[in-house]
Design a protein around this ligand. Structure first.
Ligand code: PEP
Ligand code: MG
Length: 841
């Protein structure tokens, strides 16, 4: 095998050696930093990617020469060092160099037990991971001379040769097996799934081992100086005497690091050593500019630092650590912002399942709204409300939710549906309310008669049983698991202030209710980008008036019903304007098909007949007449506004009267009114003329002045293509990418969940386009519309308000297309603020 190396086959890690992360891997680079910090790192040699690749192909390095770099008889370990620690790699192999002679020497110095435990461990590891013998033959045994002899005999019998005694041969075999393991198909697929490129390299480091087994003054440990869950300063980790590697469990010789009433600690037994460790931790933090986890061994009272890696941390800890590092001047504010992944913030806004606790997963679905909630199962919205009235928390379990479930969703602490996808009703409302929600848990069977839900493994849960919804991971857990509370603390606020200072695209919230608006303000949204007014009509008193309006026989009767709705709408808008304190509020006129407001089933229709004092037959006939084959493409949005103009007129009046009222008390309000589902210019002209007329009438009646801005929601492909002529009649265009995606693909947003996972798995779509903006198709329509709209009208405001608004890819798209803002669910606002800052930095 030809081996053409362009630089050294291997290099000893010294302060000046040429060690690079992209040729030797992160661990080698990290070790060099520790060496440069003058930390007591045992001698170490690094093999670059090119050497390891040659070894995998059959080339043999001069391992005797490598070993000559270490003291005679020195045991060594080999560890993986790929470019990115997340890409994994073969497991570390310890105690290379152990053989009969070394065993005898060590037994004489440290005792038979210690020496045998090292040798036995090496024989096991070598047999299973290097010689690839059957692990069952080398099951762990307590170290005793008999066990060692048995292991050596088993090795000889299985591999037809005695256990290799030559350390150079042992090292060569270990290097080869690790190099080949990296090239294996499953290892390759695994790391590619974590984002590694196809040709990702592996480096290896060969390091002198400190013998942690040499008596009570020896051992191994791990330490970090922050709590990995909270991020607060605190020494955490473990130490155990008689060990070579920090062991995850307690057991003989385990001790605490800091003084602890429960038992002995390293701080008590070895105060100087503990102080030294603390100094090294501080040096690492200052110079490596992060909180590190230090792996160390102690050999007869002397401290060795084997490694220092980024301390593992939860999302909330990541925020606190980044902010604290910046406040201590270790990194700058921009870097702190960049160190927290936007998605991670979502975890801080809601309670989360405590990662330290057990998880008994009952079912999996799509994590449609993050956070965790636990409660008793209820199967109807009525039961959810009853449970809220009793002060009990409940999980609403439905096949799917409909607008009628809004009250139930308000009352529930979590929602689980069998059907649906990222933009199904439950998902959209769940995110809006910050309600943990798992949808599309298709393995579940809900029996609405028996009031039970059956898990894929056959377990049956009845009404009243307790479940935990983990909307972050899309999992349902049995029982009430431990939760971590939201972490909206000063570190969170500080980080987002730094993010706001650099971002260059606006972030608004989609908010329908005063509660949403308050959250939007708390999360520093710069206004409301979409208020879906129809959600205001589902409350009990309004629903009746709404139904009266729908069943009115004459325009006169319809006006009567709408007049009853007017003060309620006006009060809604006054509250929104008050909460938003002069920030823009964009109100979308009524959008959904009217039949959504009708009751389902005969019983509901009968009640309605009673309430409206009309014959059941007439109610049934009218309800049937409202049914559409394809309601999402039917009589909704501006089409209702054109055919039943009284609805929009009532809404416009409510908005203007609220504007006058709110402006009197506080900052002047300039409401934004948005027309949904436009597909033709003339629709805008007609609606605009009517709204202008209402505005003029209100000005005269109230003797007040106010301005308003009119906008069009671009959510049909035709509106995107005709944006030029549409823009002539409005001040802003807001892209409703939920409907636009639905119509561009011809893909029902309510039904796509059924086959979306198959489509994504088979690579038909790279992602669910209702979740990740389809930049190629829908994106092209956005570009066309933006260009044509801007060409027609200077200063046209452009934005996006579909469910895509809050995610990083869509924000990147909108920023590149120079949109003015994105609007997303209130709970996505912090994520969007940070994502936008990342893009600007
Ligand atoms: C949209 O279609 O993108 C939108 C925001 O409106 P809705 O989801 O209410 O249809
Ligand atoms: Mg829409």
């Amino acid at each position: 095998m030809q081996h053409n190396q362009t630089f050294a086959d291997w290099a000893e890690i010294t302060p000046t050696a040429r060690i690079d992360r992209d040729s030797h891997g992160w661990r080698a680079k990290c070790l060099q930093r520790l060496v440069r910090l003058n930390l007591p790192v045992p001698p170490v040699v690094a093999l670059p990617f090119s050497t390891v690749r040659s070894i995998a192909q059959g080339w043999q390095p001069d391992t005797a020469a490598i070993l000559a770099r270490f003291a005679a008889g020195q045991l060594v370990s080999v560890r993986p060092s790929s470019e990115n620690p997340d890409w994994g790699g073969p497991g570390t192999i310890l105690n290379i160099g152990m053989n009969d002679a070394r065993h005898a020497e060590l037994a004489a110095i440290h005792g038979e037990d210690a020496a045998t435990s090292l040798y036995l461990r090496f024989v096991h590891t070598y047999a299973v991971h290097v010689a690839r013998l059957d692990p069952d033959l080398f099951e762990d045994e307590r170290p005793c001379p008999g066990a060692l002899a048995r292991a050596l005999a088993a090795f000889a019998a299985e591999s037809d040769e005695p256990f290799p005694q030559d350390p150079a041969r042992q090292l060569a075999d270990v290097l080869r097996s690790m190099a080949r393991a990296w090239e294996g198909t499953s290892a390759r697929l695994l790391r590619q799934a974590k984002g590694a490129p196809a040709d990702a390299g592996l480096g290896l480091v060969v390091q002198a081992m400190a013998l942690g087994v040499a008596g009570p003054d020896s051992g191994a440990g791990l330490v970090q100086f922050v709590d990995g869950v909270t991020g607060r300063a605190q020494v955490t980790g473990r130490f155990r005497t008689g060990m070579q590697m920090p062991d995850p469990v307690g057991g003989d010789g385990a001790m605490y690091l800091t003084r602890d009433p429960r038992g002995p600690s390293l701080e008590d037994t070895h105060p100087a050593l503990f102080a030294e460790l603390t100094r090294h931790g501080a040096a690492c933090r200052a110079r490596l500019r992060d909180e590190m986890q230090i792996e160390f061994t102690v050999q007869q009272g002397r401290l060795w630092v084997l490694d220092a890696t980024r301390a593992p941390r939860s999302s909330r800890a990541a925020v606190r650590i980044a902010v604290q590092l910046a406040e201590d001047g270790v990194i700058d504010e921009g870097e702190a912002v960049m160190r927290v992944q936007p998605q991670a913030l979502a975890e801080l806004l809601h309670p989360q399942v405590d990662p330290r606790g057990p998880r008994d997963v009952v079912a999996r679905g799509i994590g449609a709204s993050p956070g965790a909630a636990r409660g008793r199962i209820v199967f109807t919205s009525g039961a959810a409300s009853a449970s809220a009235a009793r002060g009990e928390s409940c999980i609403l379990v439905r096949r799917e939710t409909t607008p009628e479930d809004i009250r139930g969703m308000h009352a529930a602490h979590g929602v689980l549906t069998e059907r649906g996808g990222m933009t199904s009703h439950a998902a959209v409302i769940g995110r809006g309310l910050g309600l943990p929600c798992v949808v599309g848990a298709s393995g579940l069977r809900i029996d609405t008669r028996a009031n039970t839900v059956t898990a894929p493994d056959g377990r049956i849960f009845a009404e009243g049983d307790i479940l935990t919804v983990d909307g972050t991971r899309g999992e349902i857990l049995a029982g009430a698991v431990e939760l971590l509370e939201p972490a909206l603390d000063e570190a969170f606020t500080r980080l987002l202030e730094w993010a706001d200072a650099v971002r260059d695209i606006g972030i608004r919230a989609n908010a329908d209710t005063p509660a949403d608006a308050r959250i939007a303000r708390d999360f520093a949204a710069e206004g409301i980008g979409l208020c879906r007014t129809e959600h205001m009509f589902f409350e009990e008193d309004r629903l009746t008036a709404m139904r009266e309006m729908i069943f009115a026989d004459t325009a006169q009767d319809r006006r009567g019903a709408l007049e009853r709705l007017l003060p309620m709408q006006r009060a809604d808008f006054i509250r929104l304007f008050d909460i938003m304190q002069g920030q823009p509020v964009c109100i979308r006129l009524f959008d959904p098909p009217l039949h959504e407001f009708l009751p389902h089933g005969r019983e509901g229709l009968r009640n309605l007949a009673d309430a409206l004092d009309k014959p059941l037959s007439e109610i049934t006939r009218r309800a049937e007449a409202l049914a559409e084959y394809n309601p999402m493409l039917g009589m909704r949005g501006v089409r209702l506004g054109i055919t039943i103009p009284e609805i929009y007129e009532m809404q416009a009046r409510a908005i203007f009267e609220a504007t006058i009222e709110a402006s009197r008390k506080g900052a002047p309000v300039v409401p934004e009114i948005m027309i949904p589902l436009v597909s033709a210019r003339r629709e805008v002209e007609l609606v605009k003329a009517r709204i202008d007329a209402v505005a003029a009438a209100v000005r005269v009646q109230r003797g007040a002045r106010f301005e308003y801005r009119l906008g069009v929601m671009v959510e049909t492909p035709r509106a995107a293509l005709r944006a030029g002529e549409i823009a002539l009649h409005c001040d802003f265009l807001s892209f409703g990418t939920n409907d636009l995606t639905q119509m561009t693909y011809g893909l029902s947003r309510d039904d796509a969940g059924r086959f979306m996972s198959t489509y994504v798995q088979q690579g038909v779509y790279p992602e669910d386009p209702f979740h990740t903006l389809d930049v190629d198709g829908v994106g092209e329509l956005l570009h066309i519309a933006a260009d044509r709209g801007r060409a027609a009208r200077d200063g046209l405001t452009l934005s996006i308000c579909g469910e895509h608004g809050g995610n990083s890819e869509s924000i990147a798209f909108c920023r590149a297309a120079r949109f003015d803002y994105v609007s997303c669910s209130p709970f996505r606002v912090p994520v969007a603020r940070l994502a936008a800052a990342h893009l600007a930095l």
